[in-house]
Design a protein around this ligand. Structure first.
Ligand code: KIV
Ligand code: ZN
Length: 393
């Protein structure tokens, strides 16, 4: 079997992620996250949008100079002063990339630019050429790409590649695409433009989660030929957010049987600590049932599930929590729990008690669990102590 293809992970937590309402970060916080993203194994880190603020400029500048392995990217509109500012911010960076974007969908052309497609194509070509005066690594995004006419996508992709773009990103800016349709855009571009494969141009997916399809769309793009996926930690980003890095990476990792042609360079054991750091520094809480990194992602309450887990964890767990950096799964004791899990917890708490005591304590535990949402270890200890005292009296 041939070697799996490396799918680059382009993390935009510090740019698109920081655009989440209420998520702004100070300089030190951005530096801390950037270092963690490099340690995590992200290939490209979009560190900011230099023209928008001094803070973004400084972050791109400092991160670009400090990081030794990851490519550091600054975003720019197809506007000369934006590109110059991004180029200036990336001066001295170890692996700099400028990412230029211009909207190409009919809706954006008519309502935002009030310009025809051909004019936007020329602006894009000029922008890519200008960016190439600063760096060799230039990414181009036709914003609202998934709602752009396919022939326009092919046309602008060919033109910007000729102008020097090395990565072509097709954003699903408003999270409108569905997987098969989005994946098809990538295979279509590769069919129509042999230059993509001949010159090693990287196609990239960038999905928003308005319909909850960002990760599914990113994986479909990968199957269509995308070799870069843009995503954020915890899926933070504009509106419903961006594709979640942890979900993409763990889907490829866990379903290695299905996605055997692909690999990422992410160290999965660093996913959970990175998620906690981003949540803590942005102040954006992770929902309890969030896949991979939510508090309940490895918690089991139902008696049948707990019983299965105690016999063999693969009955109800498809991932080992330690692979993500989560120390262990939790068997949550609540009203749905059974005797097996209760006995296991009692033993774990250090009690050596006979079956009759366990049985009586279990009845009391069930009665309590019916009234109380969470039953803590302290509650179980209190039940057992009371039981043991009344037994010895
Ligand atoms: O969603 C989007 O279109 C973007 C572009 C700037 C790539 O974030
Ligand atoms: Zn975006």
């Amino acid at each position: 079997m041939s070697e799996p293809t490396h799918v680059r992970i382009f993390d935009t937590t510090l740019r698109d992620g920081e655009q989440s309402p209420g998520a702004s970060l100070n300089h030190q916080e951005k530096m801390e996250i950037a270092r963690q993203l490099e340690a995590l194994g992200a290939d490209i880190i979009e560190a900011g949008f230099p023209i928008t603020s001094i803070g973004d400029f400084d972050a791109v500048h400092a991160i670009g100079r400090e990081l030794e392995r990851a490519t550091v990217c600054g975003l720019s509109r197809c506007v000369a002063r934006d590109i110059d500012r991004a180029g200036e911010a990336l001066k001295g960076a170890n692996h700099p990339r400028i990412h230029v974007f211009a909207a190409t969908s009919k809706i954006h052309l008519e309502h935002k630019f009030k310009k025809p497609f051909e004019a936007i194509k020329q602006i894009s070509v000029d922008a890519v050429k200008r960016a190439r005066e600063f760096v060799d690594d230039v990414e181009f995004s036709p914003e609202d790409g998934s709602r752009t006419e396919l022939n326009h996508l092919v046309d602008i992709t060919a033109a910007v590649i000729e102008a020097g773009a090395t990565t072509i990103n097709i954003p699903d800016t408003v999270g409108y695409a569905v997987p098969a349709e989005y994946g098809r855009i990538f295979s279509h571009l590769r069919e129509q433009l042999p230059v993509i494969d001949e010159q090693g141009i990287v196609l990239s997916a960038h999905c928003h989660n308005d319909l909850g399809l960002a990760v599914a769309n990113s994986l479909a793009a990968m199957q269509g030929g995308a070799r870069q996926i843009e995503c954020t930690i915890n899926g933070i980003g504009e509106r419903a957010g961006n594709a979640a890095l942890e979900e993409i990476v763990m889907a490829i990792h866990t379903r290695g049987d299905y996605y055997k042609q692909y690999r990422t360079s992410v160290n999965t054991k660093k996913i959970y600590p990175t998620s906690r750091m981003v949540s803590h520094l942005t102040g954006l809480y992770v929902q309890r049932n969030k896949a991979i990194i939510g508090e309940n992602a490895f918690a089991h309450e139902a008696g049948i599930h707990q019983d299965g887990m105690l016999k063999n964890r693969s009955t109800y767990e498809i991932m080992d929590p330690r692979d993500i950096g989560v120390p262990e799964s939790k068997l949550v004791l609540g009203k749905h729990s059974g005797r097996h899990a209760f006995r296991d917890r009692v033993q774990h708490l250090g009690y050596k008690v006979d079956d009759a005591t366990i049985e009586k304590a279990f009845e009391k535990f069930k009665a309590l669990a019916d009234k109380k949402k969470d039953v803590y270890d302290e509650d179980i200890e209190a039940i057992l102590d009371e039981q043991l005292e009344s037994g010895s009296a």
